[in-house]
Ligand binder design. Structure first.
Ligand SMILES: [Zn+2]
Length: 123
């Protein structure tokens, strides 16, 4: 049973390379049809303003080196987000694929969401 209801915002904000984690799928804006799956991320801080990423992607021997603030197009970013219920403040972990599901905004837990199966039976 999956009774909670999550309100999400469309995932329209820009995503930067430093947000990527192993397992994420992304593309560069100038090659949107070439999805890359992140295998490993290593960050190297060069100065207060500049962090370089050493990004290993599946299927490529050479890691990519890019500044942490490089804009990327996120295709899959699975994240577990903890949200507090709007009505009772009970917090709950929600799994979201941000580019598809959107950014989590608020949650109403299963305690306040009527069970749809029960509703139809009672009619
Ligand atoms: Zn609740």
């Amino acid at each position: 049973m999956n009774g909670h209801a999550v309100v999400t915002l469309g995932f329209t904000r820009p995503v930067y390379a430093h947000e990527l984690r192993p397992g994420d799928v992304f593309a560069f804006p100038d090659a949107p049809s070439t999805p890359l799956t992140v295998a490993h991320v290593k960050k190297t801080g060069l100065s207060a303003d500049l962090t370089l990423l050493n990004l290993t992607v599946h299927g490529r021997d050479e890691p990519l080196h890019l500044p942490a603030n490089t804009p990327v197009k996120a295709l899959r970013m699975l994240r577990t987000v903890s949200l507090a219920c709007l009505l009772c403040r009970k917090s709950q972990d929600i799994d979201l694929d941000l580019p598809h599901d959107g950014e989590p905004l608020s949650l109403v837990c299963a305690d306040h969401v009527p069970d749809l199966d029960e509703l139809t039976e009672n009619e």
